[in-house]
Design a protein around this ligand. Structure first.
Ligand SMILES: [Zn+2]
Length: 424
C-alpha cells in the first residue's frame, strides 16, 4: 500500500529532522530557550541550513523578494499550480525550537519521504520557509507570508522597527539582500490563484491534544481577533477615607465592572454555541500616581477577543462600546478604548481537512479536529483564497516559551499524515 510505504519512508527520514533540529538549536540558543529574531542573522542561518538540506535532497532552491525560502520537488505535470507546505523559521525571544521550524522540517521530511518511496506527485510540491512571522520583533506579524502574497503594505517597510536594534524592516531586509524595489511596488511572488493548496504543520500552542491524549490535530479554522491594545478609563483621584461612594469617580471599579459584564456576555455567546475567548492581558493603575490610600483616577487595560466567527467579533465590539458608554455615564468616568484592530478569522478547506483525516485513518494515526487560537502563516493563505489546511502536533507545555516540547514520535505521525496527503 502506498500509504504504508510513505510512512516507512517518513520513519527512515526522521533522522534528517532530528539532525536539523539539533543544529538549529545550537545556532540559536539563548540564556534560556531559543532566539531567532525576524530578519536577523540567526533566522538567516536557519534558512541556510534548510536550503543546504534541500540541495542535498536534489530539490530546486529559490528565494522570493522578501527572502523566503522555497525548495521544490518536481511533479509529473510542472505546468500545474504547485502545492506548498511549510511554516516560519524565526522565533519569539527566548522561545522554543519547534514553533515554526517543525512545519518547515516536517514538510522537508515529507518531501524526502515521497522521493524515497518513489512517489512523484501530480504537481510540484514546494517546501516553504517563511521569515518574520512572530510579531514581538517588528510589532507587525507574518511579514514573510504577507510579502510573498503581495499583501505587505509598503509603508510597513519604513514604519516597522525591530525592538532590539531600533532599525527599520527595510534596513534589515536590505542587509539580507531582499528585493526592496519589488516589495515597495507590492509585487506578489505567489499568485494565490496559482497555488493548489497550502499545508502547515505546527506544534499546538495550547493544552488540548495533551489533555485528550491525542498526538495529531487537524485544524478546523484559525481564530480572528478584536483587540484594544491601549484602552484606558479616566475617573478622578480622591482621598480614599474622605470621599463617600456617591462622590467617587473610581476608574478601577469601573474597569472591574466592564470586565465582569464582558465576561457575562462571553458566557451568553458560548451558550448560543458561538466560539469566543476573551482576555484582559494587561490591567493596571498608573504607578506614578496610585497608592493604597487614593481612589484610582486612571486605569489602563487591553482587550483581546478571538473567535472563528466574524459576526461574533462584531457583536463583542458593539457590546464593549455600548457598555463603555453606559458604565462611564453611570459611574462618572470616561472609557477611551482607543483604536480597535481586527484580524479576520480563517477557515480551513473542508476538502483538504477530509483528505488529512482519511490519511490519518488509513495509517491508523489518531487525529482529532481542533481549533487554532493563535495566528499562523496559513491564515494569510486561507484569507487570500488558497485552499489551506493545518496539522497540529501535541505539545505539553504551550509555545512561545523555553519549555515548549514535542515528542519525535508525535512529529513523525503528523509528517506521515502530511506525506500521505501529498502523495495523493
Ligand atoms: Zn508559529
Amino acid at each position: 500500500m502506498a500509504g504504508d510505504a510513505v510512512r516507512r519512508a517518513v520513519a527512515a527520514n526522521l533522522g534528517l529532522a532530528e539532525d536539523l533540529f539539533a543544529r538549529l538549536a545550537a545556532a540559536s540558543r539563548d540564556e534560556v530557550g531559543i532566539t531567532r529574531p525576524s530578519y536577523g542573522e540567526r533566522e538567516q542561518a536557519a534558512l541556510d541550513l534548510v536550503a543546504e538540506a534541500g540541495r542535498g535532497l536534489g530539490l530546486g532552491v529559490r528565494t522570493d523578494y522578501a527572502g523566503n525560502l522555497y525548495l521544490t520537488l518536481a511533479g509529473r505535470d510542472r505546468a500545474r499550480p504547485p502545492v506548498l507546505a511549510g511554516s516560519h523559521l524565526d522565533s519569539v525571544p527566548k522561545g522554543g525550537n519547534y514553533d515554526g521550524a517543525a512545519g518547515v522540517l516536517g514538510a522537508l521530511v515529507a518531501v524526502a519521504a515521497l522521493r524515497r518511496a518513489g512517489v512523484t506527485p501530480a504537481e510540484d510540491v514546494t517546501v516553504v520557509g517563511f521569515r518574520g512571522e512572530e510579531s514581538p520583533w517588528f510589532a507587525v506579524h507574518h511579514i514573510g507570508s504577507r510579502a510573498a502574497l503581495g499583501l505587505l503594505p509598503p509603508e510597513e517597510l519604513e514604519s516597522a522597527r525591530r525592538v532590539d536594534t531600533g532599525r527599520t524592516l527595510a534596513e534589515h531586509m536590505a542587509e539580507l539582500g531582499c528585493d526592496l524595489a519589488a516589495l515597495r511596488a507590492r509585487k506578489a511572488f505567489l499568485d494565490p490563484r496559482r497555488v493548489r493548496a497550502f499545508y502547515e504543520i505546527h506544534i499546538e500552542q495550547g493544552p488540548v491534544l495533551e489533555h485528550d491524549g491525542i498526538p495529531v490535530g487537524i485544524v478546523t479554522g484559525i481564530r480572528g481577533n478584536l483587540r484594544a491594545r491601549h484602552a484606558r478609563c479616566v475617573g478622578a483621584y480622591a482621598h480614599s477615607g474622605a470621599t463617600p461612594r456617591r462622590l467617587r469617580h473610581d476608574a478601577a471599579l469601573a474597569v472591574a465592572e466592564f470586565m465582569g459584564v464582558l465576561e457575562a456576555e462571553w458566557l451568553r455567546l458560548e451558550a448560543e454555541g458561538r466560539d469566543l475567548v476573551l482576555t484582559f492581558g494587561k490591567v493596571g493603575t498608573n504607578p506614578e500616581a496610585h497608592t493604597h490610600s487614593k481612589v484610582p483616577g486612571e486605569m489602563f487595560f487591553t482587550i483581546d477577543a478571538r473567535s472563528h466567527e466574524a459576526d461574533t467579533l462584531d457583536r463583542m465590539q458593539e457590546f464593549a462600546l455600548a457598555q463603555a458608554r453606559a458604565i462611564g455615564a453611570r459611574r462618572g468616568v470616561a472609557f477611551e478604548l482607543g483604536p480597535l484592530s481586527r484580524v479576520k478569522p480563517a477557515t480551513m478547506d473542508a476538502g483538504l481537512r477530509a483528505g488529512l483525516h482519511a490519511a490519518a485513518r488509513a495509517l491508523d494515526i489518531r487525529a482529532s479536529d481542533i481549533a487554532s487560537g493563535g495566528g499562523h502563516d496559513a491564515g494569510d493563505f486561507a484569507n487570500a483564497g488558497v485552499p489551506t489546511a493545518m496539522i497540529f502536533v501535541r505539545n505539553p507545555h504551550g509555545s512561545h516559551n523555553p519549555d515548549e516540547h514535542m515528542e519525535m514520535a508525535d512529529f513523525e505521525q503528523a509528517v506521515a499524515v502530511l506525506a500521505a496527503a501529498l502523495a495523493g
